[in-house]
Design a binder for this molecule. Structure first.
Ligand code: E4P
Length: 218
């Protein structure tokens, strides 16, 4: 499964991309607003760090506006994926962008049928918001499983990008459910490797090596 960072914070992206384990980045207007910076400038800097997909969300809600903004952001870097909302205008723009060979991430997906329509519009990625589905007492992971089944039934190539991820369990379950990508906040990325037995085991290895004078010549 590919791991994307769900942030528009360039410093955070630079820090964690150094691990070599970040396959892409997703941004949205709320994340961009949090940085207090010019969105276009941040995207430029993110593209200089991340060679993989970088989602840039349009702000317009009408077809013409989305087309203008999508074309503008796509010039920032070849890895830009234009992010459009799951509306009629959004899917119309998705169809137009994908016909021109541009990558599109269709966002704000809350139902399997919405995801099917986005795939028909040629989306590169579909973003089901699992955390927000859980928040209203429904089954976010069930949404991923249903989309996986529909895409496999019909051979849709659209990648399932599990979004609105709140904790490591979401990443584990999304991977088991066959999501192609999880986009995760840095707080969750940092926890992906955490296990108390790893820490305990490493401390014991270090202590035993010291005690037994075990060395490696370099
Ligand atoms: C990413 O593409 C989405 O915009 C993001 O994951 C939404 O997350 P939230 O529900 O925590 O705002």
């Amino acid at each position: 499964m590919k791991i994307f960072l769900d942030t528009a914070d360039v410093a955070e992206i630079r820090e964690y991309a150094a691990s070599g384990l970040v396959d892409g980045v997703t941004t949205n207007p709320s994340l961009a607003a949090k940085t207090g910076r010019d969105y276009g400038e941040s995207l430029k800097e993110i593209c200089a760090i991340i060679p993989g997909s970088v989602s840039a969300e349009v702000l317009a809600t009408d077809f013409d506006g989305m087309m203008k903004e999508g074309k503008a952001v796509s010039k920032i870097g070849k890895q830009i994926t234009i992010k459009v909302p799951l509306t009629w205008d959004g899917l119309k723009a998705c169809k137009a962008f994908s016909s021109e060979g541009l990558q599109v991430n269709v966002t704000l997906c809350f139902s399997p049928v919405q995801a099917m329509m986005a795939a028909k519009a040629g989306a590169t990625f579909i973003s089901p918001f699992i955390g927000r589905v859980d928040d209203i007492g429904e089954d976010g992971m069930g949404l991923i499983r249903d989309i996986r089944a529909i895409y496999d039934n019909y051979g849709f190539k659209t990648e399932i990008l599990a979004a609105s991820v709140r904790h490591v369990q979401h990443v584990r379950e999304a991977a088991l459910a066959g999501a192609d990508v999880s986009t995760i906040p840095v707080s969750v990325f940092k926890q992906l490797l955490s296990h108390p037995l790893t820490d305990k085991g490493l401390a014991a290895f270090v202590a035993d090596a010291k005690k037994g004078n075990v060395t490696i010549k370099t």
